[in-house]
Design a protein around this ligand. Structure first.
Ligand SMILES: *[C@@H]1O[C@H](CO)[C@@H](O)[C@H](O)[C@H]1NC(C)=O
Ligand SMILES: *[C@@H]1O[C@H](CO)[C@@H](O)[C@H](O)[C@H]1NC(C)=O
Ligand SMILES: *[C@@H]1O[C@H](CO)[C@@H](O)[C@H](O)[C@H]1NC(C)=O
Ligand SMILES: *[C@@H]1O[C@H](CO)[C@@H](O)[C@H](O)[C@H]1NC(C)=O
Ligand SMILES: *[C@@H]1O[C@H](CO)[C@@H](O)[C@H](O)[C@H]1NC(C)=O
Length: 471
C-alpha cells in the first residue's frame, strides 16, 4: 500500500518534470524563431504525412539536434516569422525554415495552404540531410515590380543549389507575377540605363543547379519572367504531374529547360507558355519525356545548339505520347551554323498534333536575326526517328533543313499522318534538304515518301567524324 503510493508520487513527479522540460525547450524555440500564434497549424506540426503522430523524442535515436525540438520533422514557414499575407517580405523566414529543415533527415519544409508568401530572389543551398521535402500547399509569390529585383539577382528567382534526394510537391503554386517583365516598362529601361552589366536575360522562376535525385511534382508554376523550371549541371531528375502556365503572348517564357543534365524523366504534365514547352540544351542525355500536353507555345525543342561555334552534345532522348495543341513547332531540333558536336539517338513517337504550324522540324540554319553568315561547320545530327506523328498542321507538315557540309543521317519517318487544319488548303510541301534515311508507310501527305535521300555510306562517315568531340 505504502509502496505503491510512493511509486505513484514518483511517477507524478516524473511527469511534472517531463512537462517542465518540454515546455521550457518549446519556449526557448519560441523565442528563437519568434513563433507566431498559428494554432491551426500546430496540430498539423505534430503529425507526419500519413496523419500519424510523429515519433516523440523517446522513440527517435538520440541524435543531437540542438537548434530544434526533437520529434517534429515539419518546419512550417509560419513558425519562422513569416506573415503569409502576400505583401510582407517573407524571404528571411523561408531562409530560416530551410536552414532548420536542412539539418534533419527526412524533414518537411511546409508552405501552408491559404497563405501567400512574398519571396525575394533567394538561394536555398544544400547539401542537406537526405530526403528533404519542400511541401508547397500555399503560394510563393515573386516581387511583381521589376525595380525590386537587384541587378545581381536576374539569373533566377528561387535557386536550389547542391540539393540531393530532394522533393518539391504540394497542391500549391509558385507565381512569378511577371506581367511587368513582359511589357517592358520604364523600370526595365531604368535598370538597363543604369548599368551596362545587366544581362539581357530575365530570371528563371525555379532553378536547380548542381543537384541530384530531385523530384518536382504536383505543383503549379505560373507567370515566370522567363523560364519556369530549369535544371542545369544536374542529374536524376523526375518531373511529374505539374502545371506550367503563362500567357501565350509572354515572350521567351520556356516551360522546362534542361542543360548539362542527365537521367531525366518528365511526365504527366501540362505546359502552356510563350516559348518552348520543353527545351533540351547541350550536355543532356538519357532524357525521357512522355504524357505531356503542350500548347500554346513553341513545342518541344532540342536546341538551339552550337551558337558562336560552340560544342554541343545531346544524346539518347525519347519523346513519346505527347499531345501538342496550337503550337508553332511540334518536335524540333535546331542548331546554329558553325557549331561542333552531335545530336544522336533521338526518338519522337506517338505525337498527336492539332493545329500545329510545322509538326516536324530539323533546322540547321537557326538564326535569330534576319540574316546569319553562312558557315561550313555544323552540329552533326544522326539517328533521329519519327514514328506515329499524327494530326493537323497549319503551314508545312515536315521541314528537314540539314547542313550542306554535314548532312543528317539515319533520319527515319514511319507512320506520319498529317493533314492541313480545316481552312488551310494549298499549304507547303514536305521539305527534306540534305537528309538521309528511310521512310515507311503510311505517309501523309504523300510527298513525304520521296522526301528523304537513301543513305550513302560516305555521308555517314562525314557525320561520324564529327561525333568524337562528345566523348
Ligand atoms: C540518396 O538516397 C539514396 C537512396 O535512399 C542513397 O543511396 C544515397 O546515398 C542518398 N544520397 C545522399 C547524397 O544523401
Ligand atoms: C540517387 O539515387 C540513387 C538511387 O536511389 C542512389 O543510388 C544515388 O546514390 C543517389 N545519388 C545521389 C547523388 O544522391
Ligand atoms: C496531381 O497534382 C494535383 C495537385 O496539383 C493533385 O491534386 C493530384 O492528386 C495529383 N495527381 C496525381 C495522380 O498524383
Ligand atoms: C538510345 O537511347 C535510348 C534511350 O535513352 C537507350 O535506351 C538506347 O540504349 C540508346 N541506343 C543507343 C544505340 O545508344
Ligand atoms: C548561304 O547559302 C545559301 C545556300 O547555299 C544561299 O542561298 C545564301 O544566299 C547564303 N547566304 C549568305 C548570307 O551568304
Amino acid at each position: 500500500m505504502k509502496r505503491s503510493r510512493r511509486l505513484c508520487i514518483l511517477a507524478f513527479m516524473a511527469i511534472i518534470f517531463l512537462i517542465f522540460i518540454t515546455s521550457s525547450t518549446t519556449s526557448v524555440e519560441a523565442k528563437k524563431h519568434s513563433v507566431k500564434k498559428s494554432k491551426p497549424h500546430k496540430s498539423k506540426h505534430q503529425k507526419d504525412k500519413k496523419g500519424n503522430p510523429s515519433p516523440d523524442s523517446s522513440s527517435a535515436p538520440a541524435a543531437p539536434l540542438p537548434n530544434y525540438p526533437t520529434g517534429s520533422k515539419i518546419f512550417d514557414i509560419l513558425s519562422f516569422g513569416a506573415k503569409g499575407d502576400g505583401v510582407s517580405d517573407d524571404s528571411k523566414a523561408l531562409e530560416a525554415a530551410w536552414k532548420a529543415a536542412c539539418k534533419v533527415p527526412g524533414a518537411t519544409l511546409e508552405i501552408p495552404s491559404e497563405f501567400k508568401f512574398l519571396i525575394m530572389p533567394i538561394t536555398l543551398q544544400g547539401p542537406c540531410m537526405p530526403h528533404l521535402v519542400f511541401q508547397i500547399d500555399g503560394a510563393l509569390l515573386a516581387p511583381p515590380k521589376v525595380s525590386s529585383w537587384a541587378k545581381f539577382s536576374l539569373f533566377q528567382w528561387i535557386n536550389f543549389k547542391w540539393v540531393h534526394n530532394f522533393t518539391i510537391q504540394g497542391t500549391g503554386f509558385v507565381d512569378g507575377q511577371a506581367s511587368e517583365w513582359w511589357t517592358p516598362s520604364d523600370d526595365i529601361y531604368y535598370i538597363q540605363k543604369k548599368s551596362k552589366h545587366i544581362p539581357s536575360w530575365k530570371p528563371t522562376a525555379l532553378r536547380f543547379y548542381s543537384s541530384y535525385n530531385v523530384t518536382v511534382q504536383d505543383i503549379k508554376i505560373l507567370n515566370s519572367p522567363q523560364c519556369h523550371l530549369k535544371f542545369d549541371n544536374s542529374g536524376g531528375i523526375t518531373v511529374n504531374n505539374i502545371t506550367i502556365s503563362s500567357p501565350e503572348s509572354s515572350p521567351n517564357t520556356d516551360g522546362i529547360h534542361l542543360q548539362n543534365t542527365r537521367d531525366v524523366e518528365i511526365q504527366h504534365s501540362n505546359i502552356a507558355c510563350g516559348d518552348d514547352c520543353v527545351s533540351i540544351q547541350t550536355g543532356c542525355s538519357n532524357v525521357h519525356i512522355h504524357h505531356i500536353n503542350c500548347g500554346p507555345g513553341h513545342g518541344i525543342s532540342l536546341g538551339s545548339l552550337g551558337k558562336d561555334k560552340t560544342v554541343a552534345c545531346v544524346s539518347d532522348i525519347v519523346v513519346e505520347k505527347i499531345s501538342l495543341l496550337n503550337t508553332m513547332a511540334g518536335v524540333r531540333i535546331k542548331t546554329w551554323q558553325g557549331g561542333v558536336g552531335s545530336v544522336k539517338n533521338v526518338s519522337f513517337s506517338n505525337i498527336q498534333v492539332s493545329d500545329v504550324k510545322v509538326p516536324i522540324i530539323i533546322d540547321q540554319y537557326y538564326c535569330d536575326k534576319s540574316v546569319c553568315k553562312n558557315q561550313t561547320g555544323a552540329v552533326a545530327i544522326s539517328g533521329v526517328t519519327y514514328d506515329q506523328i499524327i494530326g493537323t498542321y497549319t503551314a508545312q507538315p515536315v521541314h528537314l533543313a540539314c547542313s550542306n557540309a554535314i548532312p543528317c543521317t539515319d533520319v527515319d519517318l514511319t507512320n506520319i499522318q498529317l493533314k492541313p487544319s480545316s481552312g488551310y488548303g494549298g499549304l507547303g510541301q514536305a521539305l527534306c534538304l540534305n537528309s538521309y534515311g528511310k521512310s515507311l508507310a503510311p505517309l501523309l501527305p504523300s510527298g513525304i515518301d520521296s522526301c528523304l535521300r537513301r543513305d550513302g555510306g560516305a555521308v555517314k562517315r562525314i557525320a561520324r567524324s564529327r561525333e568524337h568531340v562528345c566523348f
